[in-house]
Design a protein. Structure first.
Length: 110
Protein backbone atom coordinates (compact mmCIF):
# COMPACT_ATOMS: atom_id res chain seq x y z
CA UNK A 1 0.00 0.00 0.00
CA UNK A 2 1.36 3.40 -0.95
CA UNK A 3 0.36 6.59 0.81
CA UNK A 4 0.70 9.88 -1.04
CA UNK A 5 0.12 13.07 0.94
CA UNK A 6 -0.30 16.37 -0.90
CA UNK A 7 -0.70 19.86 0.53
CA UNK A 8 -2.32 22.66 -1.44
CA UNK A 9 -1.41 26.01 0.12
CA UNK A 10 -0.54 24.01 3.26
CA UNK A 11 2.86 22.84 4.42
CA UNK A 12 2.80 19.17 5.36
CA UNK A 13 4.60 19.14 8.70
CA UNK A 14 5.94 15.93 10.25
CA UNK A 15 3.17 16.16 12.88
CA UNK A 16 0.46 16.24 10.20
CA UNK A 17 2.16 13.43 8.27
CA UNK A 18 2.35 11.26 11.40
CA UNK A 19 -1.28 12.00 12.30
CA UNK A 20 -2.54 11.04 8.83
CA UNK A 21 -0.35 7.91 8.78
CA UNK A 22 -1.71 6.75 12.14
CA UNK A 23 -5.31 7.31 11.07
CA UNK A 24 -4.83 5.56 7.71
CA UNK A 25 -3.29 2.57 9.50
CA UNK A 26 -6.51 2.17 11.49
CA UNK A 27 -8.74 2.03 8.42
CA UNK A 28 -6.37 -0.09 6.36
CA UNK A 29 -7.10 -3.07 8.61
CA UNK A 30 -10.60 -3.29 7.07
CA UNK A 31 -9.30 -4.37 3.69
CA UNK A 32 -6.18 -6.16 2.54
CA UNK A 33 -6.79 -5.21 -1.08
CA UNK A 34 -5.95 -1.47 -0.72
CA UNK A 35 -3.32 -0.66 -3.33
CA UNK A 36 -2.89 3.10 -2.87
CA UNK A 37 -4.22 6.05 -0.90
CA UNK A 38 -3.91 9.68 -1.98
CA UNK A 39 -4.73 12.31 0.66
CA UNK A 40 -4.97 15.99 -0.29
CA UNK A 41 -5.03 18.68 2.39
CA UNK A 42 -5.87 22.26 1.44
CA UNK A 43 -6.86 25.56 2.99
CA UNK A 44 -9.11 28.33 1.73
CA UNK A 45 -8.94 31.91 3.05
CA UNK A 46 -6.90 30.74 6.06
CA UNK A 47 -10.19 29.71 7.70
CA UNK A 48 -11.56 26.54 6.13
CA UNK A 49 -9.46 23.38 5.88
CA UNK A 50 -10.33 20.68 3.37
CA UNK A 51 -9.28 17.06 3.51
CA UNK A 52 -9.98 14.70 0.65
CA UNK A 53 -8.81 11.20 -0.14
CA UNK A 54 -9.02 8.63 -2.89
CA UNK A 55 -8.46 4.97 -2.05
CA UNK A 56 -7.77 2.46 -4.80
CA UNK A 57 -9.04 -1.00 -3.95
CA UNK A 58 -8.91 -3.95 -6.28
CA UNK A 59 -12.05 -3.44 -8.35
CA UNK A 60 -13.16 -0.08 -6.95
CA UNK A 61 -12.22 3.45 -5.92
CA UNK A 62 -13.44 5.19 -2.79
CA UNK A 63 -13.49 8.98 -2.53
CA UNK A 64 -14.35 11.28 0.38
CA UNK A 65 -14.05 15.01 1.03
CA UNK A 66 -14.59 16.96 4.26
CA UNK A 67 -14.07 20.46 5.58
CA UNK A 68 -13.71 22.05 9.00
CA UNK A 69 -12.20 25.09 10.68
CA UNK A 70 -9.48 22.86 12.19
CA UNK A 71 -7.12 20.72 10.07
CA UNK A 72 -7.03 17.81 12.52
CA UNK A 73 -10.83 17.78 12.83
CA UNK A 74 -11.15 17.73 9.03
CA UNK A 75 -8.79 14.72 8.90
CA UNK A 76 -10.79 12.94 11.62
CA UNK A 77 -14.03 13.51 9.69
CA UNK A 78 -12.37 12.25 6.52
CA UNK A 79 -11.18 9.06 8.22
CA UNK A 80 -14.66 8.45 9.65
CA UNK A 81 -16.20 8.76 6.17
CA UNK A 82 -13.60 6.48 4.61
CA UNK A 83 -14.08 3.94 7.39
CA UNK A 84 -17.84 3.75 6.76
CA UNK A 85 -17.32 3.48 3.01
CA UNK A 86 -14.73 0.70 3.36
CA UNK A 87 -17.02 -1.30 5.64
CA UNK A 88 -19.91 -0.84 3.22
CA UNK A 89 -17.73 -1.95 0.30
CA UNK A 90 -16.54 -4.98 2.25
CA UNK A 91 -20.14 -6.00 2.99
CA UNK A 92 -21.08 -5.65 -0.67
CA UNK A 93 -18.42 -8.03 -1.86
CA UNK A 94 -19.01 -10.54 0.93
CA UNK A 95 -20.73 -13.74 -0.18
CA UNK A 96 -24.11 -13.78 1.55
CA UNK A 97 -25.33 -17.15 0.26
CA UNK A 98 -25.52 -19.58 3.13
CA UNK A 99 -25.57 -23.34 3.07
CA UNK A 100 -28.14 -24.81 0.71
CA UNK A 101 -31.16 -26.44 2.26
CA UNK A 102 -32.10 -29.83 0.83
CA UNK A 103 -35.69 -30.92 1.34
CA UNK A 104 -36.51 -34.58 0.77
CA UNK A 105 -39.94 -35.55 -0.34
CA UNK A 106 -41.43 -38.36 1.76
CA UNK A 107 -43.32 -39.76 -1.27
CA UNK A 108 -40.01 -40.92 -2.80
CA UNK A 109 -39.92 -43.98 -0.53
CA UNK A 110 -43.06 -45.50 -2.13
Amino acid sequence: MTLQLTGRHVEITPAIRDFVTQKIAKISKHSDSITSIHVILSVENHQVFFAEAKIDISGAQIFAKTSDSNMYAAIDLLIAKLDRQLIKHKEKIKNHSGPKLIIKDEDEDL
